[in-house]
Design a protein around this ligand. Structure first.
Ligand code: S3P
Length: 426
């Protein structure tokens, strides 16, 4: 465990760039491993989740090396039956996407993860994959990892995912591009669309029609080059920091502003922060921009079910920001947070209370009475990277600062988080 403390200091000033997007990096690694030929990934996320995806690619026989400028170079299309259990560690994306990736491969794979990941559901992927003819089973009545995948030929199908999850959708698409015929995946609400944007770069056409995505198998998948934009979720922590600390004025460069990922910045605007977008550009398959965030007095907000998929990873941070707005904010329809890296509804409620916040925990969210300030104190991160980072941000504006029992989980998505935050506050 590595304790860390953040205390109030100067306003945040200056510029920062972000690590590459974690979701996009993991998709690029897994697709690059599957696709024959060479795939070059520039600006990959340096965190532990992406390393877990790379470990899986290697265990499947993919040759991986670093290019001279730090890029990841994969020689794909050479899968062989792995000799050992594939370990997705803390990464739900690596685990669930690999289930789809491996379902059509002509061999047996066993996938698992760390203690946190082994508590998170996999039936959401396993059950719809069976509609394509996949043969998977899992512990606890097919609910939990380890997962056993007996790869076999798949056939296209029409699938309703039943829940808004980009991991479920992406796992199905990875299986679909190896299946015979066409697969249509329909989700109940829009989720991040990085897989749909990336597949054409690998030679796989994608049809999109409202909330339905279709892919036809048997195409000519090939290696490609990917530029990974800055991680919008990593940017959200710095943006929140600038929004809550009076006098702050920060420029975040090269942030991915995909409409399915930028809801937190819209939330900050609605809460009264001054957020402006500059130099909007297209980084190949994903939109990118520089974001300037200036502190303003914040007002409370209501977040309802329709906004949850777009804000899913930023909800702990929404709670922290709400604590600094004067008045009652509510978050509803976020039951999904109970099955993230920790039970984030409970983790956030306990952590915010521990630093003097007034928060009421509901089954599917919180009600937070912001007072414009917090006392500070010590917080348990429960091994969850986003809890660690959200409450270190809170320390910038909490009278006594905030100590987290373990800041190490931040390295899951952003190993450079604390130095970057401290540099802006210097
Ligand atoms: C992700 C999708 C989301 C998100 C996770 C990354 C992805 O999960 O919370 O951090 O890379 O597709 P769900 O699909 O479970 O909502």
């Amino acid at each position: 465990m590595s304790r860390a403390t953040v205390r109030p200091g100067r306003p945040l000033r200056g510029e920062a760039s972000l690590p590459g997007d974690k979701s996009i990096t993991q998709r690029a690694i897994l697709l690059g491993a599957l696709a024959p030929g060479t795939t070059i990934i520039r600006g990959a996320n340096p965190g532990a989740d992406a390393a877990a995806a790379l470990g899986i690619a290697r265990a499947l026989g993919t040759v991986v090396r670093r290019g001279s400028a730090g890029e990841i170079v994969l020689r794909g299309g050479t899968f062989r039956e792995p000799e050992r259990v594939l370990d997705a560690r803390n990464s739900g994306t690596a685990l669930r996407l690999s289930m789809g990736l491996l379902a059509a491969q002509p061999f047996l794979s066993i996938l698992t993860g760390d203690a946190s990941l082994r508590r998170r559901p996999v039936d959401r992927v396993l059950v719809p994959l069976r509609l394509l003819g996949a043969d998977l089973s899992a512990r606890g009545g097919d609910r939990l990892a380890p997962v056993v995948v007996r790869g076999r030929p798949l056939r296209g199908a029409e699938v309703e995912t039943g829940l808004p999850s980009a991991q479920v959708k992406s796992a199905l698409l990875l299986a679909a591009l190896q299946a015979e015929g066409t697969t249509v995946v329909r989700e109940p609400a829009e989720t991040r669309d990085h897989t749909e944007r990336m597949l054409p770069l690998f030679g796989v056409p994608v049809r999109r029609d409202g909330l339905a995505v279709s892919v036809t198998g048997g195409g000519s998948l090939h290696g490609t080059e990917i530029d990974v934009p800055g991680d919008a979720s990593a940017a959200a922590f710095l943006a929140a920091a600038a929004a809550i600390v009076p006098g702050s004025d920060v420029l975040l460069r090269g942030v991915g502003v995909n409409p399915t990922r930028r809801a937190f910045f819209d939330f900050l605007v609605r809460a009264g922060a001054d957020v402006t977008m500059h130099d909007a550009r297209d980084a190949g398959h994903e939109p990118v921009a520089d974001l300037r965030i200036r502190h303003r007095t914040l007002r409370p907000l209501e977040i309802g079910p329709a906004e949850i998929p777009g804000l899913i990873d930023e909800l702990p941070l929404v709670a922290v920001v709400a604590a600094f707005a004067r008045g009652v904010s509510t978050v509803r329809g976020a039951r999904e947070l109970r099955v993230k890296e920790s039970d984030r509804i409970a983790s956030v409620a306990a952590a915010l209370r521990a630093i003097g916040g007034a928060i009421e925990e509901r089954e599917d969210g919180w009600s937070i009475e912001g007072a414009g300030r917090l006392r500070g104190g010590s917080v348990e991160t429960r091994g969850d990277h986003r809890i660690a980072m959200a409450f270190l941000v809170a320390g910038l504006r909490a009278a006594e600062g905030v100590t987290v029992d373990d800041a190490a989980p931040a390295a899951v998505s952003d190993p450079g988080f604390l130095p970057r935050l401290r540099k802006l506050a210097r």
